[in-house]
Design a binder for this molecule. Structure first.
Ligand code: NAP
Length: 514
């Protein structure tokens, strides 16, 4: 069986000890084994800091951007092979797999273009300079410089290609070397991406390393110049944040965690109308794409009480035709969830929801035969505001809850806010008063608000994270922020105020004298 190694300290190396077996979630067939026992993680971090860091900092933004462009090209050249791996090891349909792999390529390309725009500079000028005294000579200017440590990226199982690329794009462009740790169960895609990049010698030595297998004590080895960007469950995020070295050394930590994303149908979006159809399409796509294993997937569906029964029937109708099965078969529209543990977790979550609501479509029963299959499940609740379980825990699978509300913006906003912080919520309305109320009410609880509209051509819906916009959210969502174009670089850089003589500072920063 294939053994997946890790690429650390500039070479491929395999761990010793009892391996974990990676399987095909549709057939449970073993695909590969991995162990990280015995790997020298401290030396790997030191290698990244000592070799990758200086090599990247010697380059301008444009030159670092060119590296990202080469990464995108290398991945694109192996796209078909990566899609097949995602189908086998991730339980992805081909369309799900494209979402991951093409998302990785697009994000790298977007950050490559940003690098080109930032040009020959090696540091970021942050805002306008300020006159500090009576004479314009006494001047201040904020700039951002790359940190001298290593960026450790710990990713969730659902986006092995995109997760690696979206974090690496911002870090490498900022000038920080990366040590990436994909989730073990779906690591084959990230592992292959790394093999491709190493084979093509795309990056300078030490700029990108990968640890495949258990994280062991990786976060505990980080110091004050390092950063850690984590995507996964809130519980793991909390454990990482509480590590003594993370607190003592003020290690910068970004957490992207759980989210109870909502979709709100406005009172003006009558059933049968274009806005209503857009809403239905987005909810159905989000429930079933990647078997609902998207951090941005719609979990709570809010509809005015007068339309709730129609929404329920229309969603049930749409779910009925979703063919669940082995994603290697072309007719399959939804594959399995990623692992046996994930299936158990989803079933348990449905059980909790069922204590307060009732299933309007599907059930928690596993589907017959091998593989981690479950049908899409739509839960229905009589009183949206009172259903505590809906707002308490994310069920990370093809599961959504339908909640009625009065039709008033502030009422919908109060229900959405009970999710206690999310990545994205979507609103489907053209009523300006309603929009004003709901956006004001839910914006403080979100990183992104998607305003659905039938006239947005080829809308990807709320579930797609775009590199130009920030991704993250407060509270339950982890309090993190990634991407957002140039904003995404800030996490990897130190903002420093330069205070002194204006000509000296302007020369240093490359700002033309005014
Ligand atoms: P998880 O169990 O927290 O694992 C996430 C990652 O953390 C994996 O790489 C895992 O490694 C690693 N890990 C586990 N324990 C660790 C520890 N003590 N120290 C350091 N790393 C540790 O989460 P998951 O089940 O993979 O992912 C599902 C969750 O991720 C969902 O709740 C979902 O909402 C969230 N998610 C959020 C976003 C977002 O952008 N906000 C995106 C995707 C997913 P192993 O795999 O080796 O155990």
């Amino acid at each position: 069986m294939k053994i997946l190694g890790s690429y650390l300290s500039g070479r491929w190396t395999a761990g010793s000890g009892a391996p974990q077996t990676l399987v095909n979630p549709a057939t449970e067939e073993p695909l590969a084994q991995v162990s990280s026992d015995g790997l020298d993680l401290a030396a790997a971090l030191e290698h990244a800091r000592g070799e990758g860091g200086p090599a990247l900092r010697a380059l301008s933004f444009a030159e670092r951007g060119a590296l990202l462009k080469d990464m995108a090209k290398a991945i694109q050249a192996h796209r078909d092979e990566l899609l097949e791996l995602a189908v086998a090891n991730g339980g992805n349909t081909r369309s799900d797999a494209k979402f991951d792999v093409d998302g990785a390529i697009f994000t790298l390309q977007t950050y490559a273009e940003l690098g080109e725009k930032l040009g020959a500079a090696k540091l970021l000028v942050d805002g306008e300079g300020v006159q500090l005294g009576r004479s314009p000579r006494f001047h201040g200017q904020h700039v951002c410089v790359p940190r001298h440590g290593v960026a450790v990226h710990i990713n969730a199982f659902n986006f092995p290609a995109w997760g690696l690329a979206e974090k690496a794009a911002a870090a490498l462009l900022a000038g920080m070397p990366v040590l990436a740790k994909p989730a073990t169960s779906s690591a084959m895609v990230a592992h292959r991406v790394m093999e491709i990049l190493v084979e093509k010698k795309v990056l300078p030595g030490g700029a990108l390393s990968i640890l495949v297998g258990a994280p062991r004590n990786l976060p505990a080895l980080l110091g004050s110049q390092d950063v850690l960007a984590f995507t996964g469950s809130g519980d793991t995020g909390m454990r990482i944040r509480a590590l003594p070295n993370i607190i003592r050394e003020s290690v910068r930590v970004n957490v992207e965690a759980d989210s109870l994303n909502a979709a709100v149908l406005g009172p003006d979006a009558e059933p049968g109308g274009d806005m209503y159809e857009t809403f239905l399409k987005d909810v159905l796509r989000d429930m079933t794409q990647k078997a609902g294993q998207k951090c941005t997937a719609i979990r709570r569906v809010l509809a005015p009480a007068e339309h709730a029964a129609t929404v329920r029937d229309d969603l049930a109708e749409g779910l009925k035709i979703v063919r669940v099965g082995n994603p290697a078969q072309e007719e399959t529209r939804m594959g399995p969830v990623a692992s046996g543990a994930q299936l158990a977790d989803v079933r348990e979550g449905i059980g909790r929801l069922a204590a307060e609501g009732q299933a309007a479509f599907g059930s928690a029963a596993p589907l017959a035969g091998k593989g981690f299959f479950i049908s899409p499940v739509l839960m229905e609740f009589a009183k949206g505001a009172l259903a505590a379980s809906v707002h308490a825990r994310e069920v990370f699978g093809p599961v959504a809850s339908l909640l009625p509300y009065s039709g008033a913006g502030p009422d919908a906003a109060a229900i959405v806010a009970r999710g206690n912080g999310g990545l994205v919520s979507s609103v489907y309305s053209e009523d300006s008063d309603f929009l004003e109320d709901i956006v004001a009410g839910i914006a403080p609880y979100h990183g992104r608000i998607f305003l659905g509209h039938p006239k947005i051509e080829q809308s990807p819906g709320p579930g797609t994270v775009l590199p130009q916009l920030v991704h993250g959210g407060p509270g339950r969502a982890g309090g993190g922020e990634e991407l957002g174009g140039v904003r995404g670089l800030a996490f990897y850089m130190q903002r420093v105020a330069l205070e002194g003589s204006r000509p000296v500072i302007q020369k240093l920063t490359g700002v033309p004298p005014s």
